[in-house]
Design a protein around this ligand. Structure first.
Ligand SMILES: [Zn+2]
Length: 231
């Protein structure tokens, strides 16, 4: 509701979903200056500076991350300027940003008649100008997806599992790359989506082949799997 009100009041003239520049302009209307600053581990922060408000965005984030961070910080700003409190404020602000940048109906329309795979997830992240992870989190939430993203990192001649997103908590630390994983990823042509690939993983020390779609670059591989296949 807060997102709708914000869009109606401050982003009425902007494209949907709004560009970074429209969000910055909306903040100015709320007497809030937006600037970049070195923030260490934080990606953004919102605070009061005298009569004004200030949002700082971490330097060096790419456009998509910076835009999502600003949308998240606008959530904090609206809570504070409206003197609202929220028990799970960080989560609220993530939801607020997702609602703003990945509107439910538009995401549903974009995902209709598309398979749950990396090709679709990448198309949607490009269409909405968000990171792949933001797109997948949103598709899980509104479009009935049950996707997890694994990222592999190439270290010398070995592909190491680097991060898992969206995997069930109890599984997250039990997933390892399988013994054939390096061979599969090394042999894969970089720069395009490989769909319906059996990926050798080790889950809780058992070797399994999980059906997935893969995008490989020179040093990274992004893998989309169905969460159900991790059980
Ligand atoms: Zn926050």
């Amino acid at each position: 509701v807060l997102a709708e009100a914000f869009v109606g009041k401050y982003l009425a003239a902007a494209t949907t979903p709004p560009r970074l520049s429209s969000l910055i302009h909306a903040c100015q209307q709320l007497q809030c200056r937006v600037e970049t600053a070195p923030l260490g581990a934080e990606s953004g922060r919102t605070y009061r500076a005298g009569a004004e408000w200030r949002i700082q965005l971490a330097e060096g984030q790419n456009y998509r991350r910076q835009r999502f961070t600003l949308a998240h910080e606008v959530g904090h700003l609206l809570l504070r300027t409206n003197q609202l409190s929220c028990p799970e404020e960080e989560r609220f602000c993530d939801d607020f940003a997702a609602e703003l940048l990945l509107p439910r109906e538009a995401v549903l329309a974009a995902a209709r008649n598309r398979r749950q795979d990396l090709a679709t997830a990448r198309d949607i992240s490009d269409q909405f100008q968000v990171t792949l992870s933001s797109a997948v989190v949103r598709l899980n939430r509104v479009a009935g997806w049950s996707a997890a993203i694994l990222t592999f990192w190439r270290q010398d001649d070995t592909w190491m599992l680097y991060s898992t997103l969206g995997a069930p908590k109890e599984q997250r630390f039990l997933i390892r790359s399988g013994s054939q994983c390096t061979q599969l990823l090394t042999g894969m042509r970089p720069g395009r989506a490989h769909l319906s690939v059996p990926l050798p993983l080790k889950i809780n020390d058992v070797e399994v082949a999980v059906n997935c779609s893969i995008w490989r670059t020179k040093h990274y591989a992004t893998v989309l799997i169905d969460r159900a296949s991790l059980r």
